[in-house]
Design a protein around this ligand. Structure first.
Ligand SMILES: Nc1ncnc2c1ncn2[C@@H]1O[C@H](COP(=O)(O)OP(=O)(O)O)[C@@H](O)[C@H]1O
Ligand SMILES: [Mg+2]
Length: 350
């Protein structure tokens, strides 16, 4: 604000302080100097600058301070003055207990892609949450992360603490982390193995999961070295294998089982997805990919068959829309999934 153009008596810093002592801070009933909220008092060539730091309480009096400070400054022969306020910086959310406790870590795996692993991982997480458990969902599928889309959280970025701990993204009551939250589509595929490993171990150790009953891990498809070492990075309680019922897919179940045996990860059971096609128009059931293969494979390996899910357009649509199908609890597929969840949790720590 411009006041006088002619050269006046030089105003000193002490003059400013003396003038501003008339401005009270109602939260402390002391003047603004004594209460320590004046950040800067500077004057040079009769141009003054005052900066006041506000906190979440004093911010309510910003206008009062402005009016009163300006009123006091006008009494001085200043050419110009500037009154600025520093608004309170929202405090960084405090990191929850570092000693995150996760009771059960369940990998959802498959020998190949496209069998419905992410669909199962997503809906299983929600079914567990609906049963009253605290659940996290870790998308370890670096090559094709689909959890952000399936959980309706595309385009969001996780926040981190100053110490580099990462806050999970949350939706439908599920805490999540995915490479999809930190990379552009298509970017992840060019990552090298060691980077992927570093990232995944950080997803496990640096994400502030807090206390969880279950952490569901959506593993990348395949049974090669990459999957093998990934399943060693995280202390898995066990793995659930998703398959479609046709014989060619079942060969992959054998490979998955063998892979987990190598690293001593117990197989918690097999889920058969896309089991029977139910026509949305007439309700007619068609066994497009055959039926019962998952059960046969589970039996062959001495594993538990957890149940099957039908092949339904509504399952695909709900996945694409980011509305996991178990949100609508009464559908046939939801009932099947709740049964699968019950079979799975029977043997695990509650
Ligand atoms: N039971 C099902 N009925 C219909 N579509 C399904 C079913 N399971 C999965 N899908 C669809 O198949 C595609 C592949 O499933 P996804 O879960 O991404 O497989 P993966 O993670 O094994 O690659 C997705 O479009 C998904 O919506
Ligand atoms: Mg997937």
């Amino acid at each position: 604000m411009k006041l006088f153009s002619k050269k006046q008596k030089d105003v000193t810093k002490q003059d400013l302080i003396d003038a501003l002592r008339f401005v009270q801070n109602p939260t402390t009933e002391k003047d603004i100097f004594e209460s320590g909220i004046v950040n800067t008092t500077a004057v040079c060539d009769n141009i003054a600058k005052i900066v006041v730091s506000l906190d979440p309480i004093t911010i309510k009096f910003k206008n009062k301070f402005k009016v009163e400070i300006e009123h006091q400054l006008r009494k001085l022969p200043l050419k110009e003055f500037k009154v600025e306020f520093l608004d309170p910086v929202p405090p960084k959310p405090k990191a929850p207990e570092a000693s995150a406790k996760i009771k059960n870590i369940i990998a959802v795996a498959s020998g190949k892609g496209g069998v419905g692993k992410s669909t199962v991982a997503t809906n299983l997480s929600l079914a567990l949450s609906k049963k009253g458990f605290t659940v996290g969902l870790l998308d370890a599928d670096i090559y094709g992360p689909s959890i952000p889309l399936m959980m309706q959280k595309t385009g969001v970025q996780p926040e981190a603490t100053q110490e580099g701990e990462i806050f999970p993204i949350e939706n439908y009551g599920i805490k999540m982390m995915s490479v999809g939250f930190i990379s552009q589509p298509g970017e992840a595929v060019v990552w090298r193995g060691p980077m992927i490993h570093k990232l995944l171990s950080e997803f496990f150790s640096k994400v502030l999961w807090g206390e969880l009953d279950y952490l569901v891990v959506d593993l990348p498809p395949g049974t090669g070295d990459a999957q093998l070492s990934l399943s060693q990075l995280i202390p898995l309680t066990g793995a659930v294998i998703v398959t479609t019922p046709q014989d060619v897919a079942l060969v992959d179940v054998d490979k998955s089982v063998a892979m987990f045996k190598k690293v001593n990860v117990p197989i918690l059971g097999v889920i058969e997805n896309m089991s029977t096609f139910v026509c949305p128009q007439c309700g007619h059931e068609e066994e497009i990919f055959s039926h019962g293969g998952g059960e046969k494979a589970a039996f062959q390996w001495g594993n538990i068959f957890l149940g099957s899910l039908p092949l339904k357009t509504s399952i695909r649509k709900s996945g694409d829309a980011g509305n996991p199908f178990v949100l609508e609890e009464t559908s046939e597929e939801s009932k099947s999934l709740f049964k699968i969840t019950e079979n799975l949790t029977k043997s695990l720590v509650k």
